[in-house]
Design a binder for this molecule. Structure first.
Ligand code: NAD
Length: 494
């Protein structure tokens, strides 16, 4: 069996495209792709790279399977299991793609260049330069929204990147170990073991569920002294959590949280954050408002997305974006309004759909189809030009007829390829883990919707996420992590 696995692994490895020297072809357009998230990577996966000089710029040299990131905060899943090196993705393309690990700091629309900066710890002689483009795809995502609330950036943890999950994991164990420090006062123990999550969207809900699981399955068995004081609270400004799910699933989530002993504080808007407590404005049942101070040990801030500075700067260069606030306004082909050679995908683009991984993935795949078609159209148009020259030089009727037939065939092909319609999102459904081996799902089925919650939905959630993992390697690693945690518990070392 080991031999067979070895042969299979070698064949997969051998299938990869050998790295060649990247030589831009002056006869082809340069397509620059910013970002290595859901939108950009799904574009790169399906793009016929031989049609363009493709350059990818991203500060992250890997794709991150974000739906499972909350599981990394408790060590249920190791972060490397949900990362896929971008160079591995690019190696499998037919034509070589250039990758720069750098942050795009400015897009100069007039000059058609992207300014990039190497933000790694080790700097070479050159750490700032520019990359020219003929076509540009912006898939840089969004940053964490803080709404300018005082103290958020300094004192809370976010949940967007691998480093965020690692910080949270460290912080949880720090709080627990510090609470166990000799002679700690009871109030301080209570504060340190109070885990507060702000934002009742799917990110906040999934994290709260995972954290309570960690406590129930492992922490309270390993460190029983924390049993009476460890507590998770979810704070949400609106009257309920998970607003994108149906009423029935919202109720199910709220009742499951009650069973799990997670407190939900709705109609509670955080106004200020200090290193030890948050200040929130609470709307009381009679409609009056009061201010409350809530002490915390760990604070996770999950209040959604805000526009990145590089995107805001591009918007300021384009008069057509003057009325757009939440990101780049795009047309139905995802072309950034006010430009003709820039496209935007994922959380940095404003469409009629919620900023989810599913939407970004479909947008990336749509652009790949569009660009492949554009290249095909260009090639057919060139052939038509040559054929019409041939036709005018043809000496015999027979030659003229043959060329005429070929022209007709090419024209038919051209009409077929040009038939690509605008981007249309097909919603497969929404899924969220809510803890205690339960999940909620709103699945689109035929022309209706199926809402379900519970343990079966959780098994569906697990199999759906496993099948959505980027590669077989990721799939195996995630499955092994789940088995490991079931057999030995999560690793509680910091
Ligand atoms: P979100 O925008 O969905 O939710 C943020 C929540 O924070 C809102 O309900 C808002 O009312 C609340 N909030 C904002 N400011 C607050 C304050 N000061 N005090 C208290 N509450 C405050 O954010 P998200 O959960 O990070 O999700 C972002 C996007 O990603 C969404 O489109 C979401 O659907 C998607 N997503 C989906 C999944 C999934 O399908 N499983 C998982 C994660 C994210």
């Amino acid at each position: 069996a080991l031999g067979l696995t070895g042969v299979m692994a070698y064949s997969i490895y051998d299938l990869r495209h050998p790295e060649e020297q990247y030589e831009p072809d002056p006869s082809k357009k340069t397509l620059v792709v910013l970002g290595t998230g859901w939108g950009s990577v799904s574009l790169l996966k399906k793009l016929d790279t031989e049609n363009y000089n493709v350059v990818v710029v991203s500060p992250r040299n890997y794709f991150l399977f974000t739906p499972l990131l909350p599981s990394c905060t408790t060590g249920l899943i190791e972060h490397r299991s949900i990362m896929e090196p971008i160079r591995n993705v690019l190696r499998q393309k037919k034509a070589t793609v250039k990758f720069y690990e750098a942050e795009a700091t400015k897009i100069d629309y007039e000059k058609r260049v992207v300014l990039i900066s190497d933000d790694s710890e080790i700097k070479g002689d050159i750490s700032h330069t520019e990359v020219p483009f003929d076509m540009l795809v912006i898939g840089v995502g969004a940053e964490n929204a803080t709404f300018g609330i005082q103290g958020v950036r300094e004192h809370s943890c976010f949940l967007k990147e691998v480093t965020d999950a690692q910080n949270i994991r460290k912080r949880i164990m720090d709080c627990v170990e510090t609470a166990m420090f000799k002679d700690q006062t009871p109030d301080e123990v209570k504060r340190l073991l109070h885990m507060v999550v702000v934002g009742g969207g799917p990110t906040g809900v999934e994290f709260a569920g995972e954290l309570q699981d960690f406590f129930n399955d492992d922490l309270k068995k390993w460190i029983p002294e924390i049993q009476d004081n460890f507590h998770v609270t979810l704070v949400e400004a609106l009257p309920n959590v998970l607003p994108m799910f149906s009423k029935q699933l919202i109720d199910y989530t709220e009742s499951t949280f009650k069973e799990e002993e997670i407190t939900i504080r709705t109609k509670t808007m955080v106004k200020k954050v200090t290193d030890k407590y948050i200040e929130a404005e609470v709307t009381n049942p009679d409609g009056s408002k009061s201010l409350e101070t809530i002490p915390y040990g760990l604070l996770v801030w999950a209040t959604g997305n805000a526009v990145r500075p590089v995107v805001r700067d591009l918007m300021s260069q384009l008069p057509a974006q003057a009325n757009s606030r939440r990101g780049l306004a795009v047309n139905e082909y995802l072309v950034v309004n006010g430009t003709e050679n820039i496209w935007a995908v994922g959380d940095c683009a404003i469409t009629n759909y919620a900023p989810t991984a599913q939407v970004a993935g479909q947008e990336g795949a749509f652009l790949a189809r569009l660009f492949n078609t554009m290249a095909k159209t260009d090639a057919i148009e060139k052939e038509l030009q040559t054929l019409s020259n041939e036709q005018s030089l043809a000496k015999t009727d027979e030659d003229r007829n043959r060329v005429f037939d070929e022209i007709r065939e090419r024209q038919k092909q051209l009409r077929r390829t040009k038939q690509i319609g605008p981007f249309q999102y097909s919603h497969q459904g929404s899924l969220a883990y809510i803890g205690k081996e339960r999940a909620v799902a709103d699945i689109s089925w035929l022309s209706g919707n199926i809402a379900s919650g519970g343990t079966l939905t959780y098994l569906f959630w697990r199999s759906a996420y496993l099948s959505m993992c980027f590669s077989s390697r990721n799939r195996v690693l995630v499955a092994v992590d789940w088995i490991k945690a079931r057999l030995f518990g999560r690793d509680v070392s910091r």
